[in-house]
Ligand binder design. Structure first.
Ligand code: DAH
Length: 345
């Protein structure tokens, strides 16, 4: 029996380190210590051993059992470590720099807005902001747009339900609207600051328009306002000329066409004509509205029209972007189609 035990241990010491998978390990374990294994067979033989030899042989069997357990443990630990390493994959070096992520790019409307604001900043304009949710007073009344003005028509303006009106901020009983133009920011700025004022306000505007190639219920505008002493139409023209040249190049021509807005007097449409505007080349195209601030607007915000004069202008951001890039459908801006957006990366 002594020789047999030594043989079993020798076998185990040779075989177990060569085990490389769970099934191999389980099979080896069964061969040595399982119910039909080699060690169990030896233990069964103890019954037929003479009584005097039992203590010594019993100790030998126990020693063999301990030695086998140690060999099995070592083999299991090796398998565990190998499986863990396989699950973790390649070793990671956390000190290495991360792999490059693909760069995104600014939306063409954002790029156009930045181009416009950048141009006006060079001309000394500061950027101003105002709320998209406005009371009728800021959006219409203060801008000298009387109750019966067509822009206040239910068809054009998106009104908020009456219970959404805040009793703490509204003036009188007026309704709240989604601003139909960024001209409301003029009023906010003139109420908050003393002249001279020179601001540009890009932002969202909303109208009850049905979406088509040139209309969107949610679009963007840029509003400009300059209040100072002796501001004239000549200043208006020279500022808009400088702006348009910066965007469309020196060959572009501009024209102020007489028009009407309640908040300016006189009022004009700014038209441009250039050779590099795709199918719109060499035609007069309307870019936006402008004029000298109507004295009634000054009165509404507590600025003395005898002392101060001003110019104002407003234009659609989408329109500028479409002319700059030859885009023929406003809906491209909102579809988030990467094939479109990547052309502006
Ligand atoms: N608010 C006008 C609109 O939405 C645009 C506009 C016209 C703004 C003339 C002005 C202006 O400041 O002077 O159509």
């Amino acid at each position: 029996m002594k020789a047999r035990l030594a043989e079993i241990l020798q076998q185990a010491a040779a075989e177990l380190p060569a085990v490389h998978s769970r099934p191999e390990f389980e099979a080896a374990k069964a061969r040595f210590v399982g119910p039909n294994g080699a060690l169990t067979a030896c233990m069964k033989q103890m019954a037929s051993v003479p009584k005097a030899d039992k203590p010594a042989l019993g100790k030998l069997i126990n020693d063999a059992k301990t030695a086998l357990a140690a060999l099995l443990d070592a083999a299991r630990e090796r398998l565990d470590a190998a499986e863990l390493a396989a699950a973790l994959g390649k070793p990671v070096d956390p000190t290495l720099p991360s792999p490059d992520t693909p760069n995104g790019s600014l939306h063409p409307l954002t790029q156009t807005r930045d181009l416009i604001t950048g141009t006006f900043k060079k001309l000394g304009f500061a950027i101003a902001d105002g709320p998209e949710l406005e009371s009728e007073w800021f959006c219409f009344d203060a801008l000298n747009m009387p109750d019966d003005h067509p822009a206040r028509d239910m068809q054009d303006t998106l009104f908020l339900p009456p219970d959404a009106r805040s009793s703490t901020t509204r003036r009188g009983n007026e309704a709240y609207v989604l601003r139909t133009h960024t001209s409301s920011v003029q009023i906010r700025v003139m109420l908050a600051r003393k002249p001279p004022i020179r601001i540009l306000s890009p932002g969202r505007a909303f109208r009850r328009d049905t979406t088509d190639a040139t209309h969107s219920a949610n679009f963007h505008q840029v509003e400009g306002l300059w209040v100072d002493r002796n501001v004239t139409v000549r200043d208006l023209k020279s500022i808009l000329d400088a702006f348009v040249r910066e965007l469309f190049g020196d060959s572009v021509r501009t024209r102020l066409r007489p028009s009407y807005f309640p908040f300016t007097e006189p009022s004009f449409e700014l038209d441009i004509k250039a050779a590099n505007m795709g199918r719109l080349s060499d035609r007069w195209i309307e870019l936006g509205g402008c004029g000298l601030v109507n004295p009634r607007v000054f009165e509404n915000v507590g600025i003395n029209p005898g002392e101060w004069t001003g110019l104002a202008f407003g234009m659609g951001l989408e329109r500028v972007a479409m002319l700059l890039h030859g885009i023929d459908d406003i809906r491209h801006f909102y579809a988030n189609d990467l094939r479109f957006l990547r052309q502006f990366a």
